[in-house]
Design a protein around this ligand. Structure first.
Ligand code: PMP
Length: 351
């Protein structure tokens, strides 16, 4: 969900952006205006996330999926290895894809035996002494499972922040790299942000085709071919929107308040349940099931009548999922909360 104010601005700018006489969709990516936009995106992202000056900030097409495919390709040479934590769908996919790039990557811990409802205990992780990096997904979007802190290990940590970037205030200097598809919390689909510490960038392979090479992106300020200019433009607006509202600390506080409202209701309820280990609950993706799955369809239909949409859980897990990205205002969450209460009361009456 994009912030309503951003969509309003897009509407105004659609035919003519920035007094240029044409739209952001039509702009040349070689123009001075587009170059200024890229500068603004980079500097806003750096200041919002307190990204260390010597880290590279890259914009890459192909979404987060391409990033978890490129990371092992770029960073691992020959038989080198890396540790992976598999804690749900996306980290499992990342591990599977990494294996195709380098069959030597190592699953250091998994939550599979608990059906990915809890995080593997830290003292059960089997870290490999030779690992070049540790990859994990900070927030598993589908199940709504989030690490309470950045894993503390001796090698550079690479975080997938796709569904928590700009909603969680994090010390990114503790990461060797992080990435996120922009389409959840930062703009429309079409780009991922990849941020990397200099010591990791330096060890990246330099003999890959340019479009697959982080070093080539860094050398060319991310412009190796035609970028999705419209996505860049909306990304620029969203970053400004976050800055104007007080930055990531404020977004984090609001996200906690929104998630508390829903978890508070779920935990009091006889109808709704959240299956995730409490200390690892996501604050951006709140999954819940209904006591009787036969009620799911009725719940979704009634919700939709109140314009409460996109609540159906991912097909792999079922149930419901409320995503509380920054564009979702508290009033929207309150409306969902009130509807859930009412639906439960009706259910109680009918029992
Ligand atoms: N990682 C996470 C945590 C995600 O939530 C998603 C998308 N839902 C992806 C990776 C894949 O992102 P993309 O569609 O941008 O490739």
């Amino acid at each position: 969900m994009l912030p309503a104010e951003v969509l309003e601005q897009v509407k105004k700018d659609l035919p003519v952006w920035n007094g240029l006489g044409y739209s952001a969709m039509e702009i040349s990516h070689r123009s001075a205006e587009f170059s200024a936009l890229l500068d603004q995106i980079e500097s806003d992202l750096r200041s919002l996330m307190r990204i260390p000056d010597d880290y590279s900030v890259l914009l890459v097409q192909g979404g987060a999926t391409l990033q978890f495919s490129l990371l092992p390709m770029n960073l691992l040479h020959g038989r080198e290895t890396a540790d992976y934590l598999t804690t749900g769908s996306w980290s499992s996919k990342a591990f599977k894809e990494a294996r195709k790039a380098n069959s030597n990557v190592h699953e250091a811990a998994t939550g599979a035996q608990h059906n990915f409802m809890s995080l593997p205990e830290r003292d059960e992780w089997q870290l490999s002494p030779e690992a070049v990096f540790l990859h994990y997904v900070h927030n598993e979007t589908i199940a709504g499972l989030m690490f309470p802190s950045i894993p503390d290990v001796d090698v550079p940590v690479i975080s997938d922040l796709s569904s928590c970037i700009l909603s969680l205030d994090m010390d990114v200097s503790r990461m060797g790299a992080f990435y996120a598809g922009v389409q959840k919390n930062m703009g429309p689909a079409g780009l991922a942000v990849l941020v990397m510490a200099p010591e990791l960038l330096e060890r990246c392979r330099d003999n890959l085709p340019d479009m697959l090479s982080y070093r080539a992106y860094a050398r060319n300020r991310s412009i190796l071919n035609t970028p999705p200019t419209f996505t860049c433009y909306v990304l620029g607006l969203v970053l400004r929107w976050v800055s104007e509202r007080g930055g990531v600390k404020v977004m984090h506080r609001n996200t906690v308040a929104k998630s508390d409202l829903l978890y508070g209701l779920i935990d009091q309820s006889e109808l709704y349940a959240n299956p995730i280990q409490k200390s690892a609950r996501s604050i951006t993706n709140i999954a819940f099931t209904l006591a009787d799955p036969a009620l799911d369809e009725k719940f979704l239909q009634q919700a939709e009548r109140r314009s409460l949409v996109s609540l159906k859980g991912h097909r792999s897990v079922g149930g419901m999922r409320a995503s509380l990205y920054n564009g979702m205002p508290m009033e929207g969450v309150q409306a969902l909360h009130d509807f859930m209460l009412e639906f439960e009361r009706d259910w109680q009456k009918g029992r």
